[in-house]
Design a protein around this ligand. Structure first.
Ligand code: NAD
Ligand code: MG
Length: 373
């Protein structure tokens, strides 16, 4: 799902790379949202697959098996798949995750917003349907492998790393004048625009902190975030005896996608391996003045589930305003902080509750963004 995006394209690469191996994967279906060319090319390259067009129905290209609001649901109910990769960007990924689990298919989940907004309900659904949720986000894929191998019971602390983004060394007083294109020049990863901007503010790491707390049922006080510019070490776990174990691989998203598509097996990877010879690996604590959104995420986690939904929604709205040029880079954090200020102690018992909080937060965040300009 989201086949034309960064995760989608890399998933297709994994399928191509494994085509000649014993661990061959078959693409049975895919969705695209706005890229006609991708749908046409994929239909040509994978003639037995079926493509759903989730964007504006009138723009659906020839060859789409389904188009319109029901396209994704039809793709999932009329296609037999063992596992589905969710590479949709943003909050729209949540309903897609629900559809996959309702159809009793395993979910390889790159869409971190699904976890941030509704992990408790998704997990309940997955358990009822006897399906697995396998994280694809690189840090969580690393934590997943480590905790599975070591045993969650003896893990006392988790660490996720961050590259620090393109403004890691920029004087803090210059942050207010950076542009969206500057923010998208990520030093290590090539990703979609939204997640690239989130890497520059570290809202991405804030979302990942929430994601780790939910997936591994760990209080935020026992999850560390370290800046590691080389992005070789993706995740670490500390066990009760004080030992620290790290998951180390080249910064290439195809590897966590490959791992998720192989799980619970570990299979040979065509993507090479990290060689540490001659590498200088650095780790340091992020600065609060540079990355306030990381601290705001910790506060949201302390406050509750609704506040985590608000954090995600307000950040999406603020990033859209930044992309349009109507607020400055540094105002993304203030829009999110201001949106979280009101009383958000609302029940989160159903997917409708989640969508209600999400939409309220978007309206309030948009007002806050407009008042900031
Ligand atoms: P992207 O913007 O490159 O691709 C997202 C895809 O989702 C696009 O093809 C888009 O058309 C589609 N889409 C957008 N809105 C949609 C909607 N309403 N319904 C259906 N499809 C829709 O983004 P990406 O970088 O591939 O990220 C996808 C997800 O994976 C995000 O949640 C991101 O946080 C997560 N993720 C990405 C990376 C990465 O390296 N790119 C790493 C870790 C996690
Ligand atoms: Mg990540």
């Amino acid at each position: 799902m989201g086949a034309a995006g960064s995760i989608g394209r890399q998933t297709l690469d994994v399928i191509r790379e494994r085509a000649a191996s014993d661990e061959k994967l078959e693409l049975v279906g895919f969705s695209v949202h706005s890229n006609c060319e991708t749908l046409r090319l994929l239909k040509h390259e994978f003639p037995h697959s079926r493509g759903a067009w989730t964007g504006e129905p009138s723009l659906a290209p020839e060859g789409a098996s389904w188009a319109g609001p029901e396209a994704l649901a039809r793709l999932l109910s009329e296609t037999e798949a063992d596992i589905v990769v969710n590479g949709i960007a943003g909050a729209a990924g949540l309903s897609a995750s629900i559809l996959v689990l309702q159809r009793s298919m395993h979910l390889a989940l790159a869409n971190k917003e699904s976890v941030v907004m509704g992990y408790r309900l998704l997990k309940k659904l997955a358990d009822e349907q006897r399906c697995n949720i396998i994280p694809v986000d690189s840090e969580h894929a690393g934590l997943f492998q480590l905790t599975q191998r070591i045993g969650r019971a003896i893990v006392s602390e988790l660490t996720i790393t961050a590259s620090g983004g393109p403004f890691r060394s920029l004087p803090i007083d210059q942050l207010s004048s950076v542009t969206p294109d500057d923010a998208c020049k990520h030093p290590v990863w090539k990703m979609g625009r939204k997640i690239s901007i989130d890497s520059a503010t570290m809202a991405n790491k804030g979302l990942e902190l929430i994601e780790a707390a939910r997936l591994f049922d760990m209080p935020q006080t026992r999850i560390r975030v370290l800046i590691h510019p080389q992005s070789y070490v993706h995740a670490m776990v500390r066990t009760l005896d004080g030992a620290l174990y790290a998951q180390i691989s080249k910064p290439d998203m195809r590897l966590p996608i490959h791992m998720a598509l192989s799980w619970p097996k570990t299979t040979a990877s065509p993507f090479g391996f990290a060689d540490l010879v001659g590498k200088n690996l650095e780790f340091y604590e992020p600065q609060k003045e540079r990355y306030p959104l990381l601290w705001i995420a910790r506060q949201a986690l302390d406050e509750g589930e609704a506040q985590c939904i608000v954090y995600n929604a307000a950040n999406e709205v603020a990033v859209e305003h930044f992309e349009k040029g109507s607020i400055r880079f540094t105002q993304i954090a203030s829009v999110v902080a201001r949106t979280l200020e009101r009383n958000w102690n609302l029940p989160v018992e159903s997917f409708e509750d989640i969508l209600h909080i999400d939409s309220m937060a978007r309206t309030i965040a948009a007002n806050n963004a407009e008042r900031s300009t």
